[in-house]
Design a protein around this ligand. Structure first.
Ligand code: BTN
Length: 249
């Protein structure tokens, strides 16, 4: 458990930082590990998953939550699903009415296009674990020529300021973290995630070349696919490509 159960973590706003995840890490390294959101109007070195760059010009939301956790290390992987669900909730709270889906592990899609990404990093401090949950939400613009097509919230006719979107996210993340409860609420998180998932039952290809049918999640939140020979394959990290449902359903 973290902080007082009813209190939302404070927010520290910056005009410009390299990366809000890096700012959060620097704060934790200074032994300041209380839950807090670090947000910025722009990032000059925004980080994406798998070592990619996250374009971070003003107008979109860039924010990272510092979250100390007593959860068993193997349960921490499921925080990725928790974060994706919270971002999805925030997008819905902003008024988006188009279908809002989750693409494993935590991309949020609006109308089949990526509107948000989450980068989770962990640190060890004085024998306990601190998780940095970095969230980027495209509010006003999105990059062109991405691996998966991208979009932004204004394309749905909704103009929202980063600070207002962070209020939705702060509230949604708090609710989802309480539901997760350091891993005790994993089953209901998995059920909610699967209800919003893109392409369950669809054919996918995972990094390394395996292809099969996306059938669900394992207890750590890893993606499970059924291969053509009927065996199950568990995919823990790396890209996933949808072979027959991209951008649909
Ligand atoms: C992805 O590749 O989909 C994840 C992108 C995560 C971007 C966010 S923006 C706020 C936080 N700070 C960063 O440098 N990255 C994350």
């Amino acid at each position: 458990m973290n902080g007082s159960p009813g209190a939302l973590p404070d927010v520290i706003w910056n005009d410009s930082v390299g990366s809000t995840n890096d700012e959060a890490q620097a704060r934790v390294a200074r032994e300041d590990c209380i839950p807090v959101w670090i947000a910025a109007a722009e990032q000059t070195c925004g980080k994406g998953r798998l070592g990619r760059h996250w374009v971070s010009k003003p107008g979109n939301l860039y924010a990272s939550l510092i979250w100390p956790s007593d959860a068993e290390p193997r349960r921490l992987a499921s925080l990725s699903l928790v974060a994706g669900l919270a971002v999805r909730d925030a997008v819905v709270m902003a008024g988006v009415t188009a279908p809002v889906q989750l693409k494993w592990p935590n991309d949020v899609l609006v109308g089949g296009k990526k509107v948000s990404g989450v980068l989770i990093e962990t640190m060890d401090r004085a024998g306990s674990r601190v998780v940095i949950v970095g969230c980027g939400i495209n509010l006003l613009h999105h990059p062109a020529d991405t691996r998966w097509p991208a979009t932004n919230i204004s394309a749905c006719g909704i103009i929202i300021e980063p600070r207002d979107m962070l209020e939705h996210l702060r509230s949604a993340m708090h609710t989802r973290l309480r539901q997760w409860a350091d891993g005790a609420g994993l089953a209901s998180i998995h059920a909610d995630w699967m209800n919003a998932a893109l392409g369950c039952g669809g054919r996918i290809s995972v990094e390394g070349g395996k292809q099969g049918v996306f059938t669900g999640l394992n207890e750590d939140g890893a993606l499970v696919l059924t291969l053509d020979d009927g065996s199950a394959w568990t995919h823990h990290a790396g890209d996933v490509e949808w072979l027959d449902q991209r951008g649909s359903s």
